[in-house]
Design a protein around this ligand. Structure first.
Ligand SMILES: [Zn+2]
Ligand SMILES: [Zn+2]
Length: 347
């Protein structure tokens, strides 16, 4: 009998408890692909799961962990088409079923049977069938693994900007200058908008300028960003505001910086069970539109990889640190201290 090969993998056991363990190396089923992880990126979602000890995208504990990665195909099942060992690939962290009500009406990000993939903080990861067929992509040769791995969060941001219906010449405010906020800045610029970023951390606001922000407002120095926004927009407020923080109190304030007839996009997910208060006049008599946007779809994953391939170095600033897999906990601590964006974890 052949000896079972093992690998190192980080498992999340609960709140603030992640452990590096020696586990069985995955073998592909007939329709699956096994990828050697070359880099995995930290994500705000991972950080939330780590600190809260729960997340809807994770399975029961101990759970494989990490979902943004790039790597090399090392094994493919005998029914897999289009992939072979040696190929450089990037995968999304989910795929829709294509047969439920939401998939059929063209809202696959709301699919009732999304198959999620976690376990990128490991030496190898097994990509399940629905993701292999829809959301496993070859990395263009001029992109590094870490550039390509930005594809999944960028796809969420693409979804967010598309659902905001940004038009040429619009003024768009992005609230929050974390990695997702910075991606939204870049995409809103590509849409032809004037972009104002509201954030707290100077380092991140500098990064926002590199991503194309026209103006930045530091709430650390400016206690009344709402007033500053009105001054910048002839007293009206912005056409579109996208919240990328995920706090109910910030959601409420985001409504106040939009103009009559404007659009508010609640992009940052808040903790379960929270709620906000909305002045009905601002919705009805002032005709604001409020949208919530979550996750991505295969179309946006492909779009995101294309956008990275056209301007790869633009996104390099999002990766501020690199650490070995054994130091994953340290990576989360670095991000908590706010002097970091995303961290490349190398197995
Ligand atoms: Zn992510
Ligand atoms: Zn579905």
């Amino acid at each position: 009998m052949a000896m079972t090969q093992t690998m190192k993998a980080a498992l999340l056991y609960g709140k603030d408890d992640v452990r590096l363990e020696e586990v069985a190396r995955p073998q592909p089923g007939p329709k699956e692909v096994v990828v050697e992880v070359k880099v995995a990126l930290t994500c705000g979602t991972d950080l939330k799961a780590f600190h809260r000890g729960q997340h809807t995208m994770l399975g029961p504990f101990p759970s494989p962990f990490g979902h943004e990665f790039g790597g090399i195909v090392v094994a493919v099942g005998n029914e897999v088409e289009g992939f072979r060992p040696g190929m450089r690939v990037v995968a999304a962290n989910s795929a829709p079923c294509n047969s439920c009500f939401y998939c059929r009406v063209g809202q696959p990000s709301l699919c009732d049977h999304l198959v999620f993939l976690n376990g990128a903080y490991a030496e190898y990861i097994k990509v399940p069938d629905p993701i292999v067929r829809q959301n496993l992509l070859a990395i263009p040769s001029h992109l590094s693994f870490r550039q390509a791995a930005i594809c999944e969060p960028l796809a969420c941001a693409v979804h967010g900007v598309e659902e905001s219906h940004v038009k040429l010449g619009d003024t768009v405010a992005i609230i929050g200058a974390g990695p997702i906020g910075l991606m939204l800045v870049r995409l809103a610029k590509l849409k032809g908008a004037r972009v104002i970023v509201i954030g707290r951390n100077e380092f991140k606001l500098d990064n926002a300028k590199h991503m194309g922000a026209d103006e930045v407002i530091s709430v650390y120095r400016n206690a009344r960003p709402e007033e500053t926004i009105r001054e910048m927009t002839e007293g009206r407020g912005v056409d579109i505001a996208i919240e990328a923080v995920g706090l109910p109190e910030i959601w409420e304030r985001t409504i106040d910086i939009t103009r009559k007839g404007g659009t508010v996009n609640f992009f940052g997910g808040c903790e379960k069970g929270t709620s906000i208060r909305v002045d009905t006049e601002k919705l009805h008599y002032q005709e604001r539109t409020i949208v919530g946007v979550f996750h991505h779809s295969p179309r946006y994953i492909a779009t995101a990889l294309d956008l990275i391939a056209r301007d790869p170095s633009r996104f390099d600033g999002l990766l501020t640190h690199e650490l070995p897999l054994a130091h994953l906990k340290e990576a989360f601590r670095i991000i908590d201290r706010r002097d970091a964006l995303k961290i490349a974890i190398v197995p």
